[in-house]
Write a protein that binds this ligand. Sequence first.
Ligand code: GTP
Ligand code: MG
Length: 151
Amino acid sequence: TERTFVMVKPDGVQRGLVSDILDRFENRGLKIVGAKFMRLDRELAEAHYAEHEDKEFFEGLVDFITSGPVFAMVLDGQDATRQVRRMMGATDPAEAEPGTIRGDFGLDLGRNVIHGSDHEDEGANAREIELFFDDDELVDWDKIDGSWLYE
Ligand code: GTP
Ligand code: MG
């Protein structure tokens, strides 16, 4: 299995979507190994979105992601990074399939409810987990249904 970083953005928190989103991941069999309710400062936000620092939407993106609390988590599961991205749907909620998180809860590119590490960016996971969590904030544990989830 692998670990992936996921974050309900300020719009998702304000709209009360944290429990519904967490429900979807737990129901899928993903294991929570870390979770934190927090507010990003600008430094963390800029580091997190460093790949976009030259884009015209960068300022607005940092303003938005620091505008209120987020729910950050680390999930563990088979092919977790790619599966979480599939469950999130396309970056632009207007293009995201119904049934995905963005497709069910969003309408606008700049308010797309959730972030997940990019599975096409090798190392994004490890980098983001380290950026947001200390080692002692991650819990290594066995889920009792493991043998019923995986062959
Ligand atoms: P994240 O999980 O948030 O990283 O989304 P993503 O990986 O699906 O998309 P990407 O990393 O390419 O973009 C990061 C975020 O910037 C997106 O989630 C959008 O909210 C925002 N964004 C991306 N492209 C645009 C754009 O063209 N205009 C605006 N306003 N925002 C954008
Ligand atoms: Mg991204």
